[in-house]
Structures are given as C-alpha cells and as structure tokens.
Design a protein around this ligand. Sequence first.
Ligand SMILES: [Zn+2]
Length: 156
Amino acid sequence: MAQIMSNDNEKYIRECYTLARRSVKKGNHPFGALLVHDNKVILTAENTVLTDNDKTRHAETNLVSRANKEIDPKILEKCTLYTSTEPCIMCCGAIYWSGISKVVFGCSAQILDKIAGKTIDIDSKYVFSHTVIPVEIEGHILEAEGKEIHESYWKQ
Ligand SMILES: [Zn+2]
C-alpha cells in the first residue's frame, strides 16, 4: 500500500470540508467524512442529523454504517477515515468497532467546542489510547479552514 503523505492528508481533508459545506446546503450540520483505501476515496458521507431527525447521524457514524455493510472487513482495517472535525466519543466507538485502524481529522473538537459548545469533552486520542486493537489518530490538518466553516455556521 502506498504510504500516505502529508499533502495527501491535506487533499482528503479539503474534500471533507467540501462535504461539510455540502451538508449545510442540504440543511444539516457542517461535517463530512470519507474513507480512503490504497490512495482512493471509496466512500463519502455527510452529517444528516437534521434531515434524518436523528442525533446519532454524524458524518462518521453514517460513513461507518455504510462501510460495515459494503466493505470487506479485511479491506476496512487497511482504510484511513478522514473527517472534517475530530470525532466525538460516539463516533470514536463506531470507528473502533468497524475495525478501521487510522483516523485523520481537520479541525479539533476543542475548537468546535469553543464555537458551538455542547460537545463531550473527551479527547479522541484518549479514547483510542484505551482500545485493545490500536487506532492511529492524527489531526489539525488545514485547521484554520475547518474553524472558518464552524464559525460561519454556528455563529449565525
Ligand atoms: Zn460524532
């Protein structure tokens, strides 16, 4: 498998930000996520909390639910999940149970919390440091752009 370089991270996080903006246009919260295998985007998802009237429909849970149904677990464990904002504790759990082994986020949960409030203040690194099977996590990719998306949405 080709090694993921940092500019690939920027490319995929930029796509997550595009998904997050699209999610807003469809009447939902500004979050998007995608799944990369072997340097190809194989699934994308947006937040659908408002249109589905279901508060568990975060971009990551939407992505992981589909991934579990559509993608072979052997492939899934080699995928990287990219997400516009650091996953919440619910999504960390969903990602873990799906068998995905790597996560890259754009904007941190701390920044989201300062702007929108109401997050659960448990760091994703903390969650993933307590899993039996390790999940690698990195983030703060193009964070200023992610912050801007949240500011323009939540401060209306
Ligand atoms: Zn979440």
